[in-house]
Design a protein. Structure first.
Lengths: 116, 112
């Protein structure tokens, strides 16, 4: 399968703990995105990478959230001192970047995070 | 404020009939619009898109219409099939930003 993959598929943690969520984009896709979806809502943008650099991190809710993409492929979303309100489905998407504004983002299955 | 609105939370249609899903937006900078379909416990699946330079795009049973003056788009599915039952999200981007802004979604149920 050549789609976006995310691990783990489910993560249960305790309030205050640190978690890492991983995303493997479609091979050859230079752009990678993280979104968060709460129950009954549409996905909300968190951060976007073009290559290794974060081109737009305006959606990160606070400094407990951080994401990296050191080699321009796999990305890790890191959440420190988790809170119950962080419980959501974290979605990753990737796209080519041939023409600004015209590329389709393809989503992975998501990681369901539950903070107890 | 919500920039992309899907005002109807659900729609139920009979198999073989047309399904019409509506979406409104407020940001005039949006210039690219997409529809995604989502099954439970899966990520959103891309369905169809339209650029603001067009007013219609068709792909098989799926057609998206864009009315820029009304800031409104719609997705038509003809004929509807039971396998189309899912949550449909309208999304938009523009103004030089690559981030997608999503509506809250609408649950479509196609009854056999």
């Amino acid at each position: 399968g050549a789609g976006v993959s995310q691990t783990p598929s489910n993560k249960v943690t305790e309030k205050g703990k640190y978690v890492e969520l991983r995303c493997d984009p479609i091979s050859g896709h230079t752009a990678l995105y993280w979104y968060r979806q709460s129950l009954g809502q549409g996905p909300e943008f968190l951060i976007y990478f073009q290559g290794t650099g974060a081109a737009d991190d305006s959606g990160l809710p606070n400094d407990r959230f951080f994401a990296v993409r050191p080699e321009g492929s796999v990305s890790t979303l890191k959440i420190q001192r988790t809170e119950r309100g962080d419980s959501a489905v974290y979605l990753c998407a990737s796209s080519l970047m041939r023409a600004i504004g015209q590329e389709t983002q393809y989503f992975g299955p998501g990681t369901r995070l539950l903070v107890l | 404020d919500q920039q992309v609105k899907q005002n109807s939370p659900s729609l139920s249609v009979q198999e073989g009939r047309i399904s019409i899903l509506n979406c409104d937006y407020t940001n005039s900078m949006f210039d690219y619009f997409l529809w995604y379909k989502k099954y439970p416990a899966e990520g959103p699946t891309f369905l169809i898109s339209i650029s603001s330079i067009k007013d219609k795009n068709e792909d098989g049973r799926f057609t998206v219409f864009l009315n820029k003056s009304a800031k409104h788009l719609s997705l038509h599915i003809v004929p509807s099939q039971p396998g189309d039952s899912a949550v449909y999200f309208c999304a938009a981007k523009g103004g030089g930003s690559e981030k997608l802004v999503f509506g809250k979604g609408m649950k479509l149920t196609v009854n056999p």
